[in-house]
Design a protein around this ligand. Structure first.
Ligand code: F0G
Length: 398
């Protein structure tokens, strides 16, 4: 079923239905838990990826499932801590978007969609392009000109997407996509797979199931927030486990935004109850450079229900956190490092205790945004073999 979180109006499941007719709010997908309960254990017969949990996902015939074996990403414990990084950069296209895209594109295939359309800061474009290619569906991506990291653009090109660039931010690109699919004369001809599409978010909730299977329910889950769909999806996953009677506690969710692109977190911190939308979001973390998150109400509800909060980190903290994770062998893009940056700050402020079991969601791979890393890097130069030998000796003595 689909349910409006504001006016509680119910709708039958429909791939094209995203918002309430009565009040316009984005709808929640409700699963009928009684139907799931007896089959939850069937998952053991399936490999660890998103479709392991198919009893909790939209029903799709086998021949329409479009998969690259997404999910099943490593949960890496940081040295000497009780902190685990859920390394979503190891999904097939290098970000968590693949969890949602396998579901969204499978639905698109089953309803015989010919074109998929997304606006993107890059990762959604890369993922939509790859899954569309696998399904044999055309993919059109709308990008903020100059606002997408090189690695992500290259992926979209490689997988054969048609690319349109628009002046302005991601919010402008998304506005154009919404207008195209909802109000224009091509209405219904292109299927949107941005995160306002609730079916895509159903795939993203599987991250919670994987964490639960591996280490149980954590105390805190820290998630970078941009258009604000993922934190809601992850919370929904944990809540379903609770409602199924599989666990008796829930984590507190922390949503992180970057200073300069923090419409939700700024409002939360000031005690307001609607975001402080901005027209000109700015941050080094291009993936979350978003001023008007469409899913803000979903994210707000998730964080409030969980007893968590939103917080802000600045670009320097993000880059520092990216380097710290790099030294642990984990390569993340700047947006993904914001969860580590928030963790470091919250430990310092005494909000999180070092003993608390904490999950950092590392949403995307470092290879996607090489320019940031190369910007202040210098190679070592040696004039001859002796200098190289001395360098080795020096390294050994440190
Ligand atoms: N981290 C990364 C690496 C992302 O690419 C995104 C969103 C987020 C975090 C935030 O997730 O929007 O669900 O709150 N990227 C979108 C895109 C906007 O177009 O790829 P969110």
């Amino acid at each position: 079923m689909l349910e409006c979180p504001r006016c509680k109006k119910l709708y039958n499941p429909d791939p094209h239905k995203f918002a309430c007719n009565k009040c316009g709010e984005l709808l929640d997908a409700k699963i009928i838990l009684d139907r799931v309960r007896p089959s939850w254990n069937d998952r053991f017969e399936r490999r660890i990826h998103v479709w392991r949990y198919r009893d909790l996902l939209p029903e799709i015939d086998n021949e329409n499932i479009v998969t690259l074996y997404e999910g099943g990403t490593p949960l890496i414990k940081l040295s000497g801590s009780n902190v685990y990084v859920k390394f979503e950069g190891l999904n097939p296209t290098g970000s968590f978007k693949d969890r949602g895209m396998t579901v969204g594109v499978s639905i698109a295939k089953s309803i015989r969609v010919k074109t998929i359309i997304v606006a993107s800061t890059g990762n959604t474009a890369a993922s939509a392009a790859a899954y569309s290619a696998r399904a044999g569906i055309e993919c059109l991506v709308v990008l903020p000109k100059g606002g997408v990291a090189k690695g992500k653009l290259v992926q979209a090109i490689l997988h054969g997407a048609k690319i349109v660039e628009v002046e302005g931010s991601f919010d402008k690109a998304l506005d154009i996509v919404i207008t195209t699919v909802v109000n224009s004369k091509v209405k219904g001809l292109a299927y949107p797979l941005n995160s306002f599409n609730v079916w895509r978010l159903e795939g993203q909730k599987t991250l919670a199931y994987e964490v639960f299977e591996e280490i149980g329910i954590p105390d805190w889950v820290i998630v970078p927030v941009g258009n604000a769909g993922n934190i809601y999806a992850i919370w929904k996953g944990f809540k379903e486990l609770y409602e199924l009677g599989l666990c008796n506690k829930l984590p507190k969710m922390i949503g992180v935004q970057a200073e300069g692109a923090s419409p939700i977190a700024s409002a939360w911190i000031r005690g307001l109850n609607i975001p402080l939308f901005t027209d000109n979001p700015k941050t080094v973390a291009s993936a979350i450079r978003i001023g008007k998150p469409v899913n803000w109400y979903r994210a707000w509800r998730a964080v409030s229900e969980s007893g968590g909060f939103f917080t802000i980190v600045n670009d320097d903290e993000i880059i520092k956190a990216q380097k710290i994770l790099g030294k642990e062998g984990i390569s993340v893009e700047p947006a993904s490092a914001s969860s580590m940056a928030a963790y470091l700050r919250l430990i310092n402020e005494g909000v999180i205790d070092r003993k608390d079991l904490t999950i950092l969601v590392a949403t995307g791979h470092g290879l996607k945004d090489p320019d940031i890393i190369l910007k202040d890097f210098q190679t070592m130069s040696v004039k001859n073999i002796d200098e190289l030998v001395n360098t080795v000796i020096n390294l050994n003595s440190t």
